[in-house]
Write a protein that binds this ligand. Structure first.
Ligand code: NAP
Length: 302
């Protein structure tokens, strides 16, 4: 019999990709969506072959019925405290009530267990949910994919295609930053959801690239000299983020205010991984830095 996997957040960017990969791997996929979720997104999921359940996401009872017989619940929800803590708690309790043995929370980030609480608001929400998750009778696996490679398209200081510059914080322009494409993250998450014996965390990256390597690669691809820009020390960056956050209190109710994006970048220049778990599923083909960064520049040429 095919394994049954329940996905929450399937109408999202990452969730839809996870559903596609699960179906390609032969799973029976049940997705739970809100009554107000966009109909086009629901239709797309149905066309992929998913069974869609439109339910009240704050009802443990309704979610639990959908989870009956499933081996894993995957969350790809996105939001602030009401979603990452409150809705995920209901989802988790419903999974446990239905006898599901495994849960994948909506982490998909830098490994925040290596960072200090208080440094990143969105990671603190995940930490709060984990305090609840860790006490529950279900085994869980966090997927730590570091940054989605797609953020490189937004001309952040890490790669500014308009200014032709690559910035870095700290002392070391050879520091490795880790990026995973959304497609690679989804392919890996689907494989992990169908794997009965995953550890508590799995760290992955499509590619690692240092600021120095990024300069060389961008210059080679575009035949233009990119500049390496030291942005200051990590403690200066932390002080800047703190003052930006204090000056913009409305950002506390926003998912990605400027200071939140800065907190993500601060984390990327603070921790990196010695070991990755990329090889756990040998059929997954990882996107290379050259391939991805070339595709970014090709896109702006069009
Ligand atoms: N590492 C990185 O660089 C990076 C970057 C981006 C995202 N992520 C992570 O990837 C995960 C998925 O993000 P995404 O970009 O795919 O998100 P997304 O496209 O915004 O999708 C969010 C999903 O959550 C659902 N949702 C939102 N609010 C909800 C609520 N109150 N109740 C129930 N469902 C709700 C949405 O459903 P509706 O369709 O009904 O609104 C949708 O399915 C998150 O953990 C996010 O932090 C990581």
């Amino acid at each position: 019999m095919n394994k049954i996997i329940v996905v929450a957040g399937a109408t999202g960017n990452l969730g839809g990709r996870i559903v596609r990969n699960l179906i390609e791997r032969g799973a029976e996929v049940r997705v739970i969506v809100r009554p107000g979720s966009e109909i086009e997104k629901i239709t797309k999921l149905e066309k992929l072959g998913a069974h869609v359940f439109k339910i009240n996401m704050s009802s443990e009872d309704e979610i639990s019925k959908v989870c009956n017989g499933a081996s894993c619940v995957v969350s790809a929800l996105q939001g602030l405290h009401d979603v990452i803590v409150d809705t995920q708690k209901v989802l988790l309790d419903a999974a446990i009530a239905a006898g599901v043995s495994r849960f994948i929370p909506s982490d998909y980030s830098t490994d925040f267990t290596l960072l200090t609480p208080g440094e990143n608001r969105n990671f603190d929400l995940r930490r709060e949910f984990h305090t609840y998750l860790d006490k529950s009778l279900i085994s869980s696996t966090s997927i730590f994919n570091w940054a989605f490679a797609e953020i490189l398209a937004y001309n952040t200081p890490m790669l500014d295609m308009k200014k032709k510059s690559v910035g870095y914080w700290g002392e070391n322009p050879d520091w490795h930053l880790e990026f995973t494409t959304m497609d690679d993250t989804a392919a890996y998450t689907a494989a992990a959801a169908l794997d009965d014996h995953t550890p508590g965390k799995l760290s992955i990256a499509s590619f690692r690239v240092s600021p120095n390597e990024m300069v060389a690669m961008a210059s080679e691809i575009t035949h233009t000299a990119f500049q390496l820009i030291p942005m200051g020390s990590l403690s200066q960056f932390a002080a800047y983020i703190k003052s930006e956050r204090a000056a913009n209190p409305q950002g506390e109710n926003e998912l990605n205010p400027r200071w939140q994006s800065a907190q993500y970048m601060h984390g990327m220049f603070s921790v990196q991984h010695e070991m990755l778990d990329n090889s756990r599923y040998p059929d997954i083909k990882w996107t290379s830095s050259k391939e991805f960064i070339t595709s970014l520049f090709n896109r702006i040429k069009q």
